[in-house]
Write a protein that binds this ligand. Structure first.
Ligand SMILES: Nc1nc2c(ncn2[C@@H]2O[C@H](COP(=O)(O)OP(=O)(O)OP(=O)(O)O)[C@@H](O)[C@H]2O)c(=O)[nH]1
Ligand SMILES: [Mg+2]
Ligand SMILES: [Zn+2]
Length: 299
């Protein structure tokens, strides 16, 4: 076979319109075109590519995906965030202010995409001890559900090693609000990576949307980490509201025990989920998040 038509595989580092940046086995970053008719590609995809007679790299096939993280926006029903994701690091902090609803949406999206979840509380170097204790109480709910919570400081390199191991031989993605420190965490884990790190707005205490597109970084031969842009609203990409319960893992044990088979677990009588909330077996806060998401999808 002529060298130029030899097929190789590569991971998609990032995606711009009709062009992608790919990384093959030799760690080289190559700009490639995408053959017409391929589905929309996203950071993390694995593609088969060739070099044509003009010496251009062309992606000709996308390999089957797992762990496809998506969301919906006002403009698009489905916006791809990353593909082939094994584990999501949902990054939260006290600065910008923590939002339970957003965390629960991320969790639901990852559960539905069968992506493992890890919560990362960043910037512990700038929080008062008693406030940190309050957060630890809040996050106990998530630990009880089975989600590990890491308390770290990317800036002061505290707690970085404890979750570094969880990414070995996996593809991870960093998600969360703008300014929580996703790119800073990437740099702490992988100093050779030089992602842009933003300022926080002093006026609003919010991030400035420094990272504008998702990008894949190779940590070692089999471990990858994707840095993604922070977002304000995370719309769940679900067309069937009945699926939402699958995004709330701790509800699972109670499903099928409600009086009505089509119970939505909102205000129906003899609802096993509501009963579990009453008995403190399911957190009131999580149940409220569930209802907010359900209401937003029924609109
Ligand atoms: N004190 C402190 N500041 C941090 C820490 N991690 C990040 N920061 C700061 O927080 C700001 C935002 O950090 P980024 O890493 O750009 O945040 P991001 O989540 O990537 O933000 P977007 O790309 O906009 O989504 C920067 O000023 C960082 O220096 C930390 O552990 N401690
Ligand atoms: Mg960033
Ligand atoms: Zn019910």
């Amino acid at each position: 076979m002529h060298e130029s038509t030899k097929q190789k595989t590569a991971r998609v580092i990032s995606h711009f319109g009709n062009e992608i940046l790919i990384q093959g086995q030799q760690n080289l970053r190559i700009r490639a075109k995408v053959k017409q008719g391929l589905p929309a590609l996203v950071c993390g995809d694995t593609v088969v590519w060739i070099t044509n007679e003009l010496n251009e790299a062309i992606a000709i096939e996308v390999l089957p995906r797992h762990g496809l993280l998506t969301r919906s926006t006002q403009h698009a029903a489905e916006k791809l965030i990353a593909a082939n994701v094994d584990i999501a690091f949902i990054v939260v902090s006290h600065k910008p202010a923590f939002k339970t609803g957003l965390l629960d949406r991320y969790i639901a999206a990852c559960e539905l995409a069968e992506i493992q979840i890890s919560i990362v509380f960043n910037k512990i170097d700038t929080i008062e001890q008693n406030k940190l204790e309050d957060f630890k109480t809040t996050f106990k709910i998530y630990q009880d559900i089975g989600y590990p919570v890491h308390y770290i400081s990317a800036k002061k390199m505290i707690g970085i090693d404890s979750f570094k191991q969880t990414i070995q031989n996996k593809t991870g993605v960093l998600v969360g609000q703008s300014g929580v420190g996703k790119s800073s965490i990437l740099r702490a884990l992988f100093p050779e990576a030089k992602p842009k790190i933003g300022e926080m707005s002093e006026k609003t205490n919010k991030g400035k949307h420094t990272t504008t597109y998702s990008e894949l970084y190779r940590l070692d031969a089999n471990s990858y980490l994707i840095d993604s842009p922070g977002i304000r609203e995370f719309g769940l990409n679900i067309d069937d509201p009945e699926l939402i319960v699958r995004g709330f893992k701790e509800f699972t044990d109670y499903l099928g025990h409600c009086q009505f088979r089509d119970c939505k677990h909102t205000n129906e009588p003899k609802c096993a989920i509501k009963q579990a909330v009453k008995e403190n077996k399911i957190s009131q806060q999580r149940w409220e998040s569930y209802q907010t998401i359900l209401a937003s999808l029924m609109e």
